[in-house]
Write a protein of this length. Sequence first.
Length: 426
Amino acid sequence: MRRAICIMAVLFGFVFLLTQQVIADDVQPPVKSSAGKSLTDVLMEKGVISKDEAKEIKKDEEKGLNLPKGLQGVSLGGTYFINYFIRNYDSGSKANDNGFSLDRAYLTLGKEFTPWFSTRATVDVTYDKKRGSTGTDASEIGWEVRIKYAYGLFDFKNLFGMEMLGDQFRLQSEVGLVHNASDNYDDSLWPYRVEGKNFLDRHNIMSTSDYGANMHLTLGEMDKEFKERVESKYASRWGGVYFGVYNGAGFDRNERNDTKFFEGQLWIRPLNMFDWGKGIRLAAQYGNGESDAKFAVPAGSTAYPQWNIQLYTASYQHELFTIFGQYYAGKGTKTSTEEKNRTGWDVAGFVKMPFWPCLRLFAKYDDYTPDDDARTSAEEKTQIYGISYDLAKGLMVYTAMERTNYDLKSAGPDTSLYQMGLKAEF
């Protein structure tokens, strides 16, 4: 009952704010003449209205819609992943399944309080299948509302009066339930998170968001044409630096140890001085901390395994295509009960059809070894192929095939997954 009330409250708030946005959109800016003057100025110059009357009209224009104070500066957004899937297992006890799925339902509210401080809160409506199927936990299986991001964003450029540097320098910090470096970076290269998770999240190495604080510095700004045609999210001219400290357990778990996870990332555009080299981007990420689960062996241990990450990414982005590759080496994961060495890599890309830019072909290959020291390691290999079409800005349909194979059959049954879906963002 409480969950249903929470969902209804979220939906009510969404409808209310959307209504306010529609009303705001109906408030049109002052009409401009071809010479760049407002209609009010033209009427005053022609003697149709007096100067005092023009002043009163301009005051009303500047006021616009008289929104409640609490809604001024509020923004609303959302992201939805909807698909129909067919999943077939080659062997094992798992039964083949199919059905409609809502893989993501985000509602995001933002509020700008000052030029140097704003907030964001993202609600994630998800289906929880992790709880027990019998006993008291069984009643908790189903849809639930949880917080994915909730942070304050400080813009130090505006806070400390660094505007004289123009767009060549920007320093920002998130505090609260914040982004981590890897998933945010991967999303700037790969628009197909709707098909499946990014590398560290796919293999349960690191969560996409966590409780903590981060700081990110960007150096320079790419030209307007590049940002409009190629990439706008990580469009720093020379690169940037990212540093964060988190609980480490992730947004969906309570912290069990008393240590923190530290993460740093550096990315550069080494050949941005050449037109052909603007799309080249290199990144290195390092993280270190402890798992949020104790050693399984020996039984009763009170110690936590080591957890560290090294991730290297090379990418090239063009108006018509993107290609990138990643190499990972690490020890442990966010919740591992051991500290085995792990390795992995992936390569991915997509290409737009020159005669039909809304149509794209995409592919990805993912290789992950969860125990690099074992004589016979359960290596996991995943191939993804698909096609997508952009119906409008923020609205994409796609179909994809994903094939996962294991070197050791005891690690899991080989699986084929077929999807047809839709991604909507606003």
